[in-house]
Design a protein around this ligand. Structure first.
Ligand code: UD1
Ligand code: MG
Length: 451
């Protein structure tokens, strides 16, 4: 059961200086998209009535990434309590439960949020439910002080006594708060503390002082990993990759060596897809049932129809549409090109800005010369055509259905349907020439010696 009335405030105004980056922290990607979008996806599953993201100055990219949710500006970073206050207008009149989340803690799972909401709506009617966790190293997290009647306070590390620092139950930062009281509590915050900031965490003590109950729920350290450094980012990426790989396998995909396969948040893999070791899937990839992807492929923005086989060592770039039963072999690069059913392109080829008709055979070393230094042009190869090895197709050019292009050709003009086109130097053969040549050279050498 989840409370019906939910609003969400995501805090993302922090500078993230430890990332040492010109990109706002929450824009750093996990599995190919900004971390904040992972969090917003999790939040969307709760069907909140409103979502507000608090951003800092110069974070237009974040505002764009979170649209259509509104982003409100916190002009100065005066603390987490001050950040929440910036959402006051956006949440005017809202009296349900307000979930406060951190943009840099994007791995939190839906069940944990649901547990918090359930606790909010349950026994004691707590004004604030805090998410606690017990990390291996409690470091400088805020500590939850729990008394006989529930959560009594959160103490920030910098303000904590040695006894409080010894507590291992830490504040993850996530809170579910009674929306009817939130802004009154936040307005009562003071910044008389170690950091001189308005701590959101102090609302627990304030609520208790007013006689309201507070509670906590415990989450898993893995989902509460906060991203502050590039190392944290890598650790979070590992968590996300683990989740994506497990989901793929649960859906009937074989990963021969899961730890070496990189997936993106939106990678769609059909049933009985078989993936060899060391394969990279960037964003925008869809793969149909029964497709085989061999080792060392790099695939981004491509769609592969059922029954195709790709690799090893293939590179599929955005706009590659690989049809049914197509074979794409080693060292083949495909970009913005449609390979219709049954096309074979086995080795060492570049197909860019092209259509390859059904059943065509593309010989080793074929190149579509799609770029003249100014414009990109299109190559159209008809169905059943046979392109001999080491052919250059200088676009724009059309090779008709069923045509054959001789190996080593440089094709600059259209080839009509059913024709043979050969565009290379004609082979010259001079019978007996070699012996005559050698005879002459020997004689010349003898003559020089005698001089
Ligand atoms: C906070 C908690 C601490 C908790 C820890 C968990 C407070 C006072 N402390 O500490 O109890 O253990 O998180 O990670 O809340 N932010 C703003 N505006 C601000 C300040 C922060 O938007 O003025 C945002 C940051 O972008 C970040 C989040 O709030 O997403 C947390 O801020 P941060 O400074 O990292 O808080 P901590 O000191 O880690
Ligand atoms: Mg932090």
């Amino acid at each position: 059961m989840v409370a019906e009335n939910i609003a969400v405030v995501v805090l993302a105004a922090g500078l993230g200086t430890r990332m040492k980056s010109s990109l706002p922290k929450v824009m750093h990607p996990l599995a190919g998209r900004p971390m904040i979008n992972h969090l917003l996806d999790t939040v969307a599953a709760l069907a909140p009535q409103r979502v507000v993201v608090v951003i800092g100055p110069g974070m237009e990219a974040v505002a764009q990434a979170v649209a259509p949710h509104p982003a409100v500006l916190q002009a100065e970073q005066l603390g987490t309590g001050h950040a929440v206050r910036q959402a006051k207008e956006a949440l005017a009149g809202f009296t349900g439960t307000v979930l406060v989340l951190y943009g840099d803690t994007p791995l939190i799972g839906r069940p944990t949020l649901e547990a918090m909401l359930e606790r909010r709506g349950g026994r004691l009617n707590p004004a604030v439910v805090v998410l606690g966790f017990r990390p291996a190293d409690p470091a400088e997290y805020g500590r939850l002080v729990v008394g006989p009647d529930g959560l009594s306070a959160i103490v920030e590390y910098g303000d904590a006594t040695p006894d409080e620092r010894a507590l291992d139950l830490c504040n993850a930062g996530v809170m579910a708060i009674d929306g009817g009281r939130l802004f009154a509590l936040v307005d009562g915050l003071s910044n008389a503390n170690a950091k001189g900031e308005y701590y959101l965490t102090d609302i627990v003590g304030l609520a208790r002082a007013e006689g309201a109950a507070c509670a906590f729920v415990e989450g898993e350290p893995e989902e509460l990993l906060g991203i502050n450094t590039r190392r944290d980012l890598a650790a979070a990426e590992a968590v996300v990759q683990g989740r994506l790989r497990r989901a793929a396998m649960d859906n009937g995909v074989t990963l021969e060596d899961p730890g070496t396969v990189h997936l993106s948040w939106d990678t769609r893999l059909g049933q009985d897809v078989h993936i060899g070791p060391f394969v990279y899937f960037g964003p925008g990839v869809t793969i149909g049932n029964g497709v085989e992807i061999r080792s060392f492929c790099h695939i981004v923005g491509a769609t592969i129809a059922p029954g195709a086989d790709v690799g090893p060592f293939a590179r599929l770039r955005p706009g590659a549409l690989i049809g049914r039963q197509v074979h794409v072999g080693n060292f083949v690069e495909v970009k913005n090109a449609t390979l219709e059913e049954g096309v074979k392109v086995g080795h060492l080829t570049y197909l860019g800005d092209a259509r390859i008709g059904a059943g065509a055979n593309i010989g080793a070393g074929t190149i579509t010369c799609n770029y003249d230094g100014f414009n990109k042009s299109f190559t159209d190869i008809g169905k059943g055509a046979f392109i001999g090895s080491n052919t250059s197709l200088v676009a724009p050019v059309v090779v008709g259905d069923g045509s054959i292009v001789g190996a080593g050709s440089v094709i600059t003009r259209n080839v009509a349907e059913g024709s043979l086109a050969v565009a290379r130097g004609t082979q010259l053969e001079l019978p007996g020439w070699v012996e005559r040549f050698r005879e002459r050279k020997r004689a010349e050498k003898e003559a020089r010696k005698k001089e």
